[in-house]
Design a protein around this ligand. Structure first.
Ligand SMILES: [Mn+2]
Length: 336
């Protein structure tokens, strides 16, 4: 597939990406670890399109953590398999919404065993890994890039594909808060093709266990505000302990929005202890400071207003690192 008629390694257009899909015999399509709707929706839509074209294709998300339960909502045809069942030597590995190899989790070994790797991503922190890159940091969601590839690949939209893509579009644009007219146009196209936002969003995020009310209250009651952090813009942070993170894995990701709502022009951080001494940190803000830079410096990546990183350590150790990256000012105070 790297023959004279195929794209040359490096940046590719949506048409070039479609040509790679056309040349594939067995594809493994992956999204980042602990996939959000953009990663999951992008990967599931691509694998579904490949299957419809008669190509063997599965989706998988690297461990060690299991994929969230919400992935099943986006995968009515069951194209997703556990990492242990993902093909060892696919001739095409497609990485969706993945900015760096570490975001493949325990599927990172496929970068070496696959014949070629196509990365479809929109992170400013993209590291340049893989053979072919369809990477546009100005795209508000990876699903917009996937939609362009599907158009070139000749896949008509239907209700299954539309709802899968809509989930990623809605989530990554903060419910169309950003992403502009392009995002709204794609949203309209997807609704026209059968996406049902009300039903979909209820299934994705609209129902929770009753016990989540008390667990959420505990997390939010422990939130702290540091008005001097981030060069005076302020930092609001909260911690999710291991027990809560384990029991309410699918629910905790909504907390960062609640923290951000109280952060004014500052930064919100949710520190989730995913296993003892292992942390996943979500960051949200206005874009100033650039949280993509902050997260990249701490081993992660993302966008200026939404980023994250994973790191071992203690909560207070991580907070010290975070404060230092948010502002060179060493002077911080804390209030409840
Ligand atoms: Mn994304």
């Amino acid at each position: 597939m790297t023959g004279p008629t195929g794209p040359v390694p490096g940046p590719v257009t949506p048409a070039g990406a479609a040509a790679l899909l056309r040349g594939a015999r067995e594809a493994l399509v992956v999204g980042h670890v602990r996939p959000d709707a953009d990663a999951a929706g992008s990967a599931i839509a691509l694998a579904t399109a490949l299957r419809r074209a008669g190509t063997r294709a599965v989706v998988s998300f690297g461990g060690p953590d299991p994929a969230p339960g919400t992935v099943a909502v986006l995968d009515p045809d069951g194209v997703t398999v556990p990492p242990a069942d993902a093909p060892r030597e696919p001739d095409l590995l497609v990485c969706c919404d993945i900015s760096s190899p570490r975001r493949l989790g325990d599927l990172a070994d496929r970068l070496d065993s696959a014949t070629a790797t196509l990365v479809i991503d929109h992170h400013a922190s993209f590291t340049g890994f893989g053979t072919y890159h369809l990477v546009d940091p100005t795209a508000p969601a990876t699903v917009l890039l996937v939609r362009a590839v599907l158009a070139e690949f000749g896949t008509p939209l239907d209700p299954v594909l539309s709802r899968t893509l809509f989930a990623g579009l809605y989530t990554d644009t903060g419910g169309f808060r950003w992403g502009g007219a392009d995002a709204l146009r794609l949203g309209a196209e997807l609704v026209d093709a059968g996406a049902e936002p009300r039903d979909l969003l209820r299934e994705l995020t609209g129902t929770r266990p009753f016990a989540w009310l008390a667990a959420q209250a505990t997390v939010l009651a422990g939130a702290r505000r540091e008005p001097d952090a981030a060069a005076g813009a302020g930092l609001v942070w909260a911690e999710v302990d291991v027990a809560t993170a384990t029991r309410f894995r699918d629910q905790t990701m909504t907390l960062i929005g609640q923290l951000l709502a109280t952060a004014g022009d500052g930064v919100a951080a949710l520190l989730t202890e995913t296993a003892p001494g292992e942390w996943s940190v979500s960051l949200r803000g206005t874009g100033t400071p650039d949280l993509s830079r902050v997260a990249t410096a701490l081993g992660g990546g993302g966008h200026p207003a939404a980023a994250g990183f994973e790191r071992a350590g203690t909560r207070d150790g991580l907070l010290t690192l975070l404060r230092a990256e948010l502002a060179p000012d060493p002077c911080h105070t804390m209030e409840p």
